[in-house]
Design a protein around this ligand. Structure first.
Ligand code: MRU
Length: 338
């Protein structure tokens, strides 16, 4: 299982250029796409060169920094970046923060770098809080990729796993392959292998079987947007995992930074769900496997109702139900602290 320890760096800023690890090519190739304008960053986000809510947010912040350096119109750059993907609220949050920073006369490169550092620090805090929820020996199911690749570094759900392993716990991860885009098979399996963390890949349809066998001690996933009442949008298939966890009495944890909480959304019903191309469903890795002309749906995210979530692990601590109250308290604390 162990392939040695390699740091995973999804986002690099050097010489006024944003370098994004091309996640479409993983696990076969480690190559970077260079972005020099906000438009190039928006295209990279839309085309999944970079993905994962916090990584999208930090990349968009650097996109705004590029727009500022290049003398582009910041409002148009902001609009273009916001349109790149609709569900991950970190994208809107990051763009808005950069516009506010500019109003204060801030240097947007410094601001984006600060956002990058703050994201890694937030993930380390999430990791520490979350690690305490796991036993000394535990098998954790995760869905999609909420790891270092999905953030500025360290990860949210996989940050919890990393922190638990760093604290000496014996943690094994089962990764759902995550159809249709295969973030689990291509990214989570690769990322955990890089660090020598015990990972077993399963198809999404195998999760129920392993829950029934009592294999999992916890399910830990990331989030793209958390509504004020705790309803959580995450990669399509997350809701299924939550229902299974609930049916088998296994704790279901969401790990996310405060920047993923959208208090302007009262409940999950208000979260926009990205519908992606039919090709991603019809084809696997560029090879068609469904008949011509078949009708296809491709919602890229689903919403897990708050009642199925045991706790939300944030950088401000572990939030418990009722989430309307714990989220409001955490957000108020966050605003005071920032
Ligand atoms: O479509 P993706 O790959 O951007 O979806 C990513 C997820 O759903 C992640 O679980 C979420 O963004 C949290 S990442 C820390």
């Amino acid at each position: 299982m162990s392939q040695g320890s390699q740091p995973v760096e999804p986002i690099r800023w050097t010489a006024d250029t944003l370098h994004l690890l091309d996640q479409r090519r993983l696990p076969h190739e480690v190559t970077y796409v260079a972005c020099h304008t906000a438009r190039e960053v928006a295209v990279a986000i839309r085309d999944m060169v970079v993905r994962g809510a916090p990584a999208i947010g930090v990349s968009a912040a650097f996109g705004m920094a590029l727009a500022w350096k290049g003398g582009e119109d910041l409002r148009s750059a902001a609009d273009e970046l916001r349109r790149a993907r609709p569900t991950a609220v970190n994208l809107m949050w990051a763009v808005d923060r950069m516009l506010e920073a500019r109003q204060r006369g801030a240097d947007l490169v410094v601001e984006a770098q600060a956002m990058f550092d703050a994201d890694v620090a937030a993930n380390r805090r999430i990791g520490r809080f979350g690690a305490e929820l796991l036993g000394n020996r535990a098998t954790v199911l995760t869905h999609c990729n909420a790891g270092a690749l999905a953030t500025a570094g360290y990860g949210t759900a996989l940050g919890v796993v990393r922190a638990a392993v760093e604290s000496g716990k014996n943690i094994a991860v089962f990764a759902d392959e995550t159809r249709p885009y295969l973030q689990g098979a291509r990214l989570t399996a690769w990322e955990l292998q890089q660090e020598g963390i015990d990972v077993t890949l399963i198809t999404d349809s195998m999760a129920g079987h392993f829950f029934q066998q009592g294999k999992f001690d916890a399910a830990v996933v990331g989030a793209d947007r958390i509504a004020a009442n705790g309803d959580t949008a995450n990669k399509i298939g997350t809701y299924t995992v939550a229902v299974l966890a609930n049916a088998h009495g296994v704790p279901f944890y969401v790990a996310a930074p405060m920047s993923t909480i959208d208090v302007s959304c009262p409940s999950g019903e208000g979260i926009p769900i990205e519908e992606r191309s039919a090709t991603e469903v019809i084809e696997i890795l560029g090879r068609r496997m469904a008949p011509e002309g078949v009708a296809v749906r491709h919602p890229a995210f689903d919403v897990t109702p708050a009642r199925l979530i045991t706790a939300i692990i944030t950088d401000r601590g572990v939030l418990r139900p009722p989430y309307s109250e714990s989220i409001a308290r955490a957000v108020a604390g966050n605003q005071q602290g920032s």
